[in-house]
Every structure is written in structure tokens, then in C-alpha cells.
Design a protein around this ligand. Structure first.
Ligand SMILES: Cc1cc2nc3c(=O)[nH]c(=O)nc-3n(C[C@H](O)[C@H](O)[C@H](O)COP(=O)(O)OP(=O)(O)OC[C@H]3O[C@@H](n4cnc5c(N)ncnc54)[C@H](O)[C@@H]3O)c2cc1C
Length: 550
């Protein structure tokens, strides 16, 4: 099979534990150098926590897997230091179109609002994303151990012990906390006999990555029952290097081995693209999908993230996107616990917040999969009637579901939130991820989200920086680890205080800001609390609540 991408081989190094008697002990070990494990490792390292990553392989993800990375994941990548690289290499898009037969019946725009730094979605082959993450891990100082397979795990009250197999033999290593990012089959989950619950879909999809020159727009195109693949669905996405991802629904009875053969694949692609268009196959696979999750993501000192904790069908691009959000939620909490600044109970909120997010993802992904693969003749007739009507009636368009794409979860019910005491309009409720806005800092153009994250911050809105009583903020800054910051309608700053000029009034609009309004922002850029008037006591109480400090 033709491959345009050259898979890197990362060097295996003999681990020092093979030559020393007592096992060494590390604060955090991550098992799995997939996108989620590496995001966790970079985030923790940025918090000053030394991290070892163990992976049984020595390269990036092989073949066709993740493609679409949503705006929220891109914002997290910005904080991890790879946002620009991902967006430069990937293909940005906002518009998706759904066809029934040859007729367009529905379209959506993922970024209807202007003035956000990142687009609705960027398409990039998973191998490129992982390569960028490996490079960033190395740059950040993460200790990467390739060809290190975890073969055994023992848990104790205050530690976790691992047996690790390498090309040079077995060694033991201990850690305070283990982040389990070993993927959907999660050997560690099996070793500990932990269950995942959910369902497997009885359908098969052929996924072909095709290299071709084509001037189709950079949009997501989805067909129900197209003339070139009758009674099934097809999805088309553009990726980097003129590689196009085509998903053909095959039905449950299809033979996966037969369907992967070029003599079966090529005619399907020709029927779609026409006989004249030259193309080469980069990769072909046949998949089935599952929607399931573990009951909880924290088991003592083991913290499950990404596919190890939950799996969804790819219709909605919620797999890696939600895994990256797991680590965004977990890293700051674990860093505070390790620093002795929060009790272990804070880590239970990781499980509480992210199992709710997983349920949302599973619900959306299951609904899409049910619409795409109806379970009975009657549901297919109903589905086709909806598609038929959608061509003419707006109400039916809302029912068309070719994949509701990944959006971040709002932790509305989180115990870390301080409920509103004052009235606010808009979406920036406690638990919500922050909306972006263009700002100027010291006269330089920037973005709100580029100024936030990694620590607790307090945003205070004012007409002018000079209007703010900075003595209260200075007092908060000395008494708590919160960084105060001004957002102002007019340009100009105050000595010793970061000031963001709301250059196009988007902050005012999106945050329903009034002079004196304040927002306590978590290190993962979610709202913890907000007020119309700043009271240091209320801020301290909200901070204690957001970190489980009584
Ligand atoms: C066809 C398809 C399309 C997809 N499209 C999208 C998409 O568009 N957007 C999206 O967000 N997601 C998508 N996904 C999902 C995405 O690929 C996964 O969610 C993502 O790879 C999960 O990352 P992870 O780090 O949790 O696990 P993985 O990527 O599976 O990584 C697990 C790592 O653990 C290592 N490992 C396993 N066992 C051990 C062990 N015992 N010791 C040491 N290391 C071990 C493995 O080698 C691997 O490197 C798609 C998936 C498929 C199959």
C-alpha cells in the first residue's frame, strides 16, 4: 500500500531501573503515548510536575484514525504549545453539508460568530498530531520511554507499582499517581478487572484515505443514499497533503477482509469521484464502533483518560476531542494535589465532571449513529421521510443527524461552581468554557484565551483601567494564588496589573459585562464564579470551593 507519510521511529533507551535494585518512584506516570496521554504529560509538565510516559510502541498512530479537531481542542492545544503547528498543517473548515441522494438537505456552520481565534474545526491526520505532541513532550522535558509495555499493575493506598517489559527485560517502577491513557482496549483496565458499559453498533464502515488533487471546498460532505453508493452513507473530509478521508458505510454483513482489498475499494471510489480523476490509496481499514464508558474515571490513585475511559463512534469527532478535554480538566487538579494545595477529593471532581461530559458525547454520538444506521426497516423509512422533508421544510432539517460535532461540555452541576448570586445574561455561566474575544495587550493584538489558563485568574471589567480600585486586587493577589487581570473598554493600563483592552467590544457582549463585574476563571479556562461587584471574601470562598479546600 502506498504511503505518503514517513512514520518516525523514536529511540528506545535502556531504562535505568534495569540496572538498579529498588524500583524508583515518580510522582506521575502516564501509560500510553496517544494524543490523550501526551496532552496530559505536557500539561502536567507545564505545571512543574515531572512526568514519565510509557508506551509499548515506538511510533505514532498508524493508519486512518482521528481527523477532526474541534475549536475547544485547538484552544487547549494553544495552551499546550502546538496550536499554531496544528492549524498551519491542518485544513480549517466551518461548513458541513448533508445530501440525500444528490440533493443538499441540510448545512451547518460551526463558527457562526466572528472574532474567535480558532476555526470550528481543523482536519489533520492523527499521525501528524501525535508527531507534534511527541516533539512538544520532548521540548517540555517529558521523559518518553518507547518500547516500554506495562505488563502488570499493583495498587496500594498511597502508590501504584508497575511491571514494565522492554527489549532488555522487565523492571519495576512505582508512582504516586498513574494516568491510564492506554486506549480503547486498555490493558490496565483489564488487569484490574474494571468494566466499561455501553453498546457496540452492528454496522461496518470502510475508511479510505485517498491522495488526490481536487478543488472541492474544505467542507464536511455527508451523503445519505448517494447514487454512487446506494442505500448506504458516505462521508468526505479533506486532510493535510491532499489526503482525503472517505468513509463508506458497508452494513453489518460485509466481510471486512474482502472489503479492504483494492479490487473492492477502487471501484467504490471511482463510482464516487468519476473514472477520470487520478488518485492513490494511502490507507484502507474497516471499522465497527462502540459507545461506552467506565462507571467512574478515578479508581484510587489511577486516573483513566481518553479512550481507556470512554469510547464513541466517530460521527461527531468526539473521541480524541473529549480525551483532550479530560486532560485539560485533570492536569491542574492533580498538580494542586501534588503540591499539597488541594485535597485528593478534588480528583473526584475530575471523574464527576468528565463522566457527565462522556454521557453527553455518548448520547450525541449514539443518536447520530442510530440515524445513520437505522435499526429496522421502519426506522429507515422514517429516517428517509425526514431526509425527504428536509429538502423543503425547516422543521425537518433540525431532525437530520449526520453527526453533531464535538462541542465542550458545560459543567453546570459541578460542585466546584459557586452559584450566581447576581443576574447575568448570556452563556458564560459557572462551569462554562470561556468564549474567546480579540483583545489588545500593551497595544499588541492578542486573544483573550491566549492570556488565560494554567492558573486561577480573576477578570475584572471596567470602562478604564484607572476606574478600578486596585488595592482590593493587590490584596487578593498577596493572599491567594489568583492572578487578577483587568478587561477594559478603553485602552490603557495600570502599573503592576495586566490589562486587556476589549478592542471590538466582544468581551462586553459575550460576557454581559458591566463596570465592576468579575469572573473567577479556573486553570482549564472554565468559569468558576462571577459577580457584579467584587468582594474579596466572596472570591476567597469561591476559590476554596473550586479547589475543595474547606
Ligand atoms: C476511524 C476513526 C476516526 C476517528 N476520527 C476522530 C476524529 O475525527 N476526531 C476525534 O477527536 N477522534 C477521532 N477518533 C478517535 C481517536 O482516534 C481516539 O479517540 C484517540 O486516538 C484516543 O486517544 P488515546 O490517547 O486515548 O488512545 P490511543 O490513541 O489508542 O493511544 C493509546 C496508547 O497506549 C499505548 N498502550 C496500550 N497498551 C499499552 C501498555 N500495556 N503499555 C504501554 N503502552 C500501551 C498504545 O500503543 C497507544 O500508543 C477516530 C477513531 C477512529 C477509529
Amino acid at each position: 500500500m502506498l504511503k505518503t507519510y514517513r512514520y518516525p521511529r523514536y529511540e528506545y533507551r535502556r531504562p535505568p531501573e534495569l540496572d538498579s535494585a529498588p524500583p524508583s518512584r515518580r510522582p506521575v506516570i502516564v501509560v500510553g503515548a496517544g494524543p490523550v496521554g501526551m496532552a496530559a504529560a505536557i500539561d502536567l509538565t507545564q505545571h512543574g510536575v515531572p512526568v514519565v510516559v510509557l508506551d509499548d510502541d515506538d511510533t505514532v498512530s498508524i493508519g486512518s484514525r482521528g481527523v477532526c479537531y474541534a475549536k475547544r481542542a485547538l484552544e487547549i492545544f494553544d495552551r499546550l504549545g502546538i496550536g499554531d503547528a496544528v492549524c498551519r498543517k491542518g485544513v480549517s473548515w466551518d461548513v458541513g453539508r448533508t445530501f440525500f441522494g444528490e440533493r443538499e438537505v441540510f448545512s451547518f456552520n460551526l463558527r457562526p460568530q466572528p472574532d474567535h481565534k480558532r476555526p470550528g474545526m481543523v482536519n489533520l491526520q492523527q499521525y501528524y498530531l501525535e508527531q507534534m505532541l511527541v516533539e512538544r513532550c520532548v521540548e517540555a522535558g517529558v521523559e518518553m520511554r518507547w518500547k516500554n509495555r506495562v505488563a502488570g499493575v499493583r495498587t496500594a493506598e498511597r502508590s501504584v507499582s508497575l511491571d514494565v517489559e522492554t527489549p532488555d527485560g522487565r523492571y519495576a517502577i512505582d508512582c504516586d499517581w498513574l494516568i491510564v491513557a492506554d486506549g480503547a482496549r486498555s490493558p490496565i483496565r483489564h488487569m484490574l478487572g474494571l468494566d466499561v458499559e455501553g453498546k457496540v453498533f452492528t454496522d461496518r464502515f470502510l475508511i479510505a484515505d485517498v491522495v488526490m488533487q481536487a478543488d472541492f471546498p474544505a467542507e464536511r460532505w455527508f451523503w445519505f443514499d448517494p447514487p454512487f453508493h446506494r442505500n448506504q452513507s458516505v462521508l468526505l473530509h479533506k486532510q493535510a497533503d491532499n489526503v482525503w478521508r472517505i468513509d463508506f458505510q458497508l452494513g453489518w454483513d460485509a466481510d471486512p477482509e474482502q472489503e479492504k482489498k483494492p479490487e473492492r475499494v477502487v471501484p467504490r471510489i471511482r463510482a464516487m469521484l468519476g473514472e477520470e480523476r487520478p488518485f492513490e490509496l494511502e490507507w484502507v481499514s474497516v471499522y465497527t464502533f462502540q459507545c461506552r464508558r467506565m462507571q467512574k474515571f478515578r479508581h484510587g490513585r489511577l486516573l483513566f483518560v481518553g479512550d481507556a475511559a470512554h469510547q464513541v463512534s466517530p460521527f461527531g469527532a468526539r473521541g480524541a476531542n473529549s480525551g483532550i478535554q479530560d486532560t485539560d480538566n485533570l492536569a491542574w487538579k492533580l498538580a494542586l494535589v501534588l503540591a499539597g494545595q488541594a485535597p485528593e477529593q478534588l480528583l473526584d471532581s475530575y471523574s464527576e465532571e468528565r463522566t457527565v461530559a462522556a454521557d453527553e458525547n455518548i448520547m450525541n454520538s449514539t443518536r447520530s449513529t442510530d440515524f445513520i444506521t437505522p435499526k429496522s426497516g421502519a426506522s429507515r423509512t422514517l429516517r428517509n421521510a425526514v431526509l425527504q422533508l428536509a429538502g423543503h421544510h425547516a422543521f425537518a432539517r433540525k431532525l437530520v443527524n449526520s453527526g453533531r460535532l464535538s462541542v465542550p461540555s458545560i459543567y453546570t452541576e459541578s460542585p466546584l461552581n459557586t452559584p450566581d448570586a447576581d443576574a447575568f445574561a448570556g452563556d458564560m455561566v459557572p462551569g462554562a468554557p470561556l468564549d474567546d474575544a480579540p483583545v489588545e495587550v500593551d497595544g499588541q493584538a492578542s486573544w483573550l484565551l491566549d492570556q488565560l489558563g494554567g492558573r486561577f485568574q480573576l477578570l475584572v471589567y471596567a470602562e478604564r483601567a484607572a476606574d478600578v480600585d486596585t488595592s482590593t486586587l493587590a490584596e487578593l493577589k498577596t493572599a491567594t494564588p489568583i492572578e487578577p487581570m483587568l478587561v477594559t473598554a478603553k485602552p490603557g493600563g495600570r502599573p503592576g496589573m495586566r490589562a486587556l483592552h476589549d478592542v471590538r467590544g466582544r468581551f462586553l457582549e459575550r460576557y454581559d459585562a458591566l463596570p465592576g463585574s468579575a469572573w473567577l476563571v479556573r486553570p482549564d479556562q472554565h468559569v468558576a464564579a462571577r459577580w457584579r461587584r467584587l468582594e474579596p471574601g466572596a472570591v476567597r470562598a469561591a476559590m476554596a470551593r473550586a479547589t475543595c479546600n474547606p
